[in-house]
Design a protein around this ligand. Sequence first.
Ligand SMILES: Nc1ncnc2c1ncn2[C@@H]1O[C@H](COP(=O)(O)OP(=O)(O)O)[C@@H](O)[C@H]1O
Ligand SMILES: [Mg+2]
Length: 334
Amino acid sequence: MTAISAESLVKHFAADIKAVDGIDLAIPEGQIFGFLGPNGSGKTTTVRMLTTLLRPTGGRAEVAGLDVERQAHEVRRQIGVALQDAGLDELQTGRELLHLQGHLYALSAGDIKPRARHLLGIVDLEESADRKIKTYSGGMRRRLDLAAALMHRPKIVFLDEPTTGLDPISREAIWRYVRELNRDEGATFFLTTQYLEEADRLADDLAIMNFGKIVAQGTPKQLKDSIGADVITVHIEGDAAETARAAAVARELDGVEDVRIVDDTVTVYVRDGRRAIARVVLLLDQANLGVAEVSLAHPTLDDVFLRKTGNHLEPDAAVTGTDGSEAGGREASA
Ligand SMILES: Nc1ncnc2c1ncn2[C@@H]1O[C@H](COP(=O)(O)OP(=O)(O)O)[C@@H](O)[C@H]1O
Ligand SMILES: [Mg+2]
């Protein structure tokens, strides 16, 4: 069964603001689906349409087999939603919030307490469950949000940037809970993120958004494999002209499939990176170009994004180190 589908889904806020510009989705039940894209690429607008909070300008979408416009009411009963800017009542306790959520969804009185306790346990909030929300950290609030979205056992859960702004440890914790809830409750998760590591580690399938359009879609592995090459990153001493000259030199090398310049970094996609790296450095040296830094890695989702759009996904990914790890690639650690 398809949990979420969209055909040519469009949202224009004005003639010139094409927030979502014709996207197609077919997300099977039980998946963790990652919706990856930079700020302003249309992630929240998509979530708001799929969760019936916003009317599409065009196209159609179904959630749990129900039309989001014509059957909005029924859709809402099937889904759980944790929005980016959830307004929590500061004076409530975490447990009270979950109980309230249970009442809103008309769970039976006998069901609400154990359900809340179970979810508080999963998101590691049982110790703080009876403290007021105003005393919670950002990470605790996100975890509570996640539990609240799950309270009525929705089949499909939408999480809009559940880890943005969190420290790496809190982020890892959220990933663990999402995986656990996906496995134990069988719910489908639609999760938006700006973090490529999050999409890579968590998503079964993902779509990469840019300016309201899906620029790539597949499993993280398929997308990285689609690059079909290793990635050599070269940082050249000197100005933009030197960098451009270095890119031209790299283009002449055998086995090079693509060369991209972003800021002061040259990215070279090449068949056999291990063999090519020494020759790249040699050729640059012969051309009197100073190599400040060079690294070799397997493709990351950032390379996929760069290939498709000409830009890096995460601003800090432009400056990269060499860790040479298999899966980690060249992601800048936050
Ligand atoms: N209510 C609105 N009115 C006008 N423009 C909007 C509105 N909501 C979002 N936008 C614009 O639509 C684009 C996509 O926004 P959004 O879906 O929030 O992106 P993301 O969640 O990926 O950061 C942005 O250019 C944003 O400024
Ligand atoms: Mg958003």
